[in-house]
Write a protein that binds this ligand. Structure first.
Ligand code: PNS
Length: 163
């Protein structure tokens, strides 16, 4: 178990500027970070695992201490496998707090070596979520404030294929 290694897990369907805010700030605190994409076979996302990974990698190319992976099953088990001691999470609001509080408690019961470390979302990212990005893009809205500029067009094209 290693407190120098944190895991930032999520669906990243797609990665948003809110996720990237947490990744960048976390990478400045922890010596090493794994960004781990949840591979959930029962929930088909809008983007494939390869697309999510590629978008994440493109967006974090300048962060040498951040690596990328995918996982299935319990996050607590994934940390055990990687010998990582920290789960990094972002908090946007009170409803995040409720679910995150529960998840942190459960994860620590499942793996007592884990601590969950929270970063408060920067104000400009408080309203950003992957599901909102998907919905805005699907109906032709401008998603450029919510996803990195270099993938905005790619994301919009994928989510609104019929013109
Ligand atoms: O992108 P999200 O929805 O914020 O990510 C949530 C995630 C992937 C961190 C969470 O759903 C998770 O850890 N799933 C793996 C299964 C698991 O460990 N569940 C028990 C947590 S209480």
């Amino acid at each position: 178990m290693n407190r120098d290694l944190c895991v930032y897990a999520g669906s990243f369907d797609p990665v948003t500027t809110g996720h990237l805010d947490i990744i960048r700030r976390g990478a400045a605190i922890f010596p090493r970070m794994i960004v781990a994409i949840l591979c959930n076979p029962s929930k088909k996302g809008a983007f494939s695992m390869e697309e999510r990974l590629s978008m994440l990698k493109k967006s974090c190319a300048d962060l040498p201490n951040v690596s990328f992976d995918s996982f299935d099953g319990l996050l607590a088990d994934y940390l055990r496998k990687k010998e990582a001691g920290i789960i990094l999470r972002g908090l946007r609001n009170f409803s995040d707090f409720e679910s995150e509080f529960q998840m942190a408690q459960l994860n620590r019961q499942l793996n007592p070596d884990i601590e969950t470390f929270f970063l408060m979302a920067s104000p400009e990212h408080v309203f950003v979520s992957s599901s909102a990005v998907r919905e805005i893009a699907m109906f032709g809205g401008d998603i450029s404030p919510y996803v990195p500029a270099h993938i905005a067009e790619e994301v919009a094209r994928k989510l609104r294929p019929i013109k």
